[in-house]
Design a protein around this ligand. Structure first.
Ligand code: LLP
Length: 433
């Protein structure tokens, strides 16, 4: 994908930069991002909406991966931003991201997070529950400050995805329930909130979605509901936000839809439903996370110890693992990889790739065909750009790896490698005053 290729030295090259050189410069493990790929993915969403003349906002879901430099790049890409915490909001503001293009998510935003967002005058709150709505009403009156909101609803659609990461079904901690009348009550109560401007509805049906049906079902449900509410109490749907969840390829068997296909299906479904229901066309907002950064990211590790259990398995250990990629352990997520320093060598062995953390569950890949590997070989694991660094931890007091952006033959250190001293910065010694 993107600008990744095998160069004349038989090395994996990304963004015109040899990964073996990157390892020499930055050490391992290291996360590498193909920035041209991130931009390319964002462009596909934006272009499809533009070609179809649909007013839209593409809001990058920060939780997939955030950093000052990424936010600065995205600010220029003319995308919006979905943040889910005071920390993501703070990072975006520090990066100089235009606050009017920031949307604030979360099922338990604190008062201080909301106040910060109000101070920065962000573009929109995606309201999740009555507790939040009442807080927004009170704070907006106190400040005499207008607030734009979307109401998040659970449309009862469950996309075909891993159970742990489904959020669109009825039994979910997120959003207002449609069927029991919660959502309607929320919308009607906004009529009495002088500083709250209701833009429309939000739903997110899940992650790593490979079909269009889930989105189509959610669209039909939401638009039908919107029509009913229009007739009942004059509700006007200006914005329909369909969340994120567009799937990517982790392993060769994954067959994700092209971004253009997903986007086109969404547009056509909205257009046909509004025609049928005689509604006016809302703006369509989406919140892709994984599909913008996921397959742009590669993690480079150095191979260390090996263990061969005759007739059972060969383990190959790398200098990272669940501390920098929790997804295999947490979701049973699958990845693939190659030896970056001997990229085209014939695969003659099957290895299971172990991390260095002290638990058996710290396995990154089971049964990966590779050339016969030696210590100091470099293993590149693909599609680690989403929810890799973002979910990294210091488990076992392992420092977090650096993040390097590559583009047009140049590399840029976006996040430095954590040091042992960094990990101690919050620790208090008993002997300290
Ligand atoms: N919008 C909302 C409201 C969401 O909850 C999410 C993801 C997204 C957008 C972005 O979804 P994406 O396009 O990245 O699939 N840690 C898990 C994924 C959890 C996603 C939670 N919400 C993983 O590593 O797979």
């Amino acid at each position: 994908t993107g600008t990744m290729k095998i160069n004349a030295k038989n090395h994996l090259e990304i963004g015109g930069v040899d990964t073996v050189d990157l390892v020499q410069k930055y050490g391992t493990p290291v996360y590498v991002y193909d920035i041209a790929r991130v931009k390319e993915q964002a462009d596909k969403f934006k272009k499809t909406f533009k070609q179809k003349n649909v007013k839209a906002q593409v809001a990058y879901a920060s939780k997939a991966f955030s950093s000052l430099a990424l936010y600065q790049i995205l600010a220029k890409e003319d995308v919006s931003l979905d943040v889910v915490s005071g920390g993501e909001l703070y990072t975006a503001i520090q990066a100089g991201f235009p606050s009017q293009r920031i949307h604030f998510h979360g099922n338990n935003k604190s008062e201080s997070e909301i106040e910060a967002a109000l101070d920065y005058q962000i573009g929109c709150f995606v309201v999740d529950n009555f507790y939040e709505l009442e807080m927004l009403d009170r704070l907006s009156r106190e400040r005499e400050q207008m607030i734009n909101v979307l109401i998040r609803v659970t449309p009862g659609v469950e996309a075909h995805t891993h159970e742990y990461i489904s959020t669109g079904q009825v039994d979910s901690k997120f959003g207002f329930d449609l069927n029991s009348g919660q959502a309607q009550k929320a919308l009607q109560s906004i009529a009495g909130m002088p500083y709250i401007e209701l833009l429309g509805l939000h739903s997110h049906i899940g992650s790593q979605i490979f079909e269009t049906e889930g989105f189509t079902m959610a669209i039909e449900t939401l638009l039908k509901q919107a029509k009913q509410w229009q007739e009942d109490f004059g509700f006007e749907l200006k914005v329909l936000n369909l969340g994120g969840g567009f799937g990517i390829r982790y392993i060769p068997e994954d067959e994700p839809l092209a971004i253009e296909e997903h986007t086109t299906a969404i547009i056509e479904s909205v257009e046909s439903s509004i025609k049928e229901l005689q509604l006016s066309m809302p703006e369509i907002w989406i919140e892709p996370g994984r599909s913008l950064v996921g397959d742009a990211g590669v993690t480079l590790y150095q191979i260390g110890s090996q263990k061969k259990i005759p007739d059972v398995r060969q383990y190959l250990a790398v200098d990272g693992g669940m501390a920098d990629n929790i997804r295999p352990a947490l979701y049973d997520a699958k990845y693939t990889g190659i030896l970056a320093n001997r990229a085209n060598d014939a695969t003659e062995e099957t290895y299971s790739i172990a991390g260095k953390a002290c638990e058996s569950g710290d396995m990154l890949i089971w049964d990966l065909p590779l050339p016969k590997a030696e210590s100091k070989d470099i293993l590149a694991i693909f599609s680690t750009g989403a929810y890799g660094y973002a979910m990294a931890s210091n488990y076992n007091r392992i420092p977090r790896p650096p993040v390097v952006f590559v583009e047009n033959g140049k590399d840029f250190l976006a996040i430095k490698r954590e040091t042992y001293a960094d990990m101690l910065r919050l620790d208090q010694s008993i002997n300290a005053e």
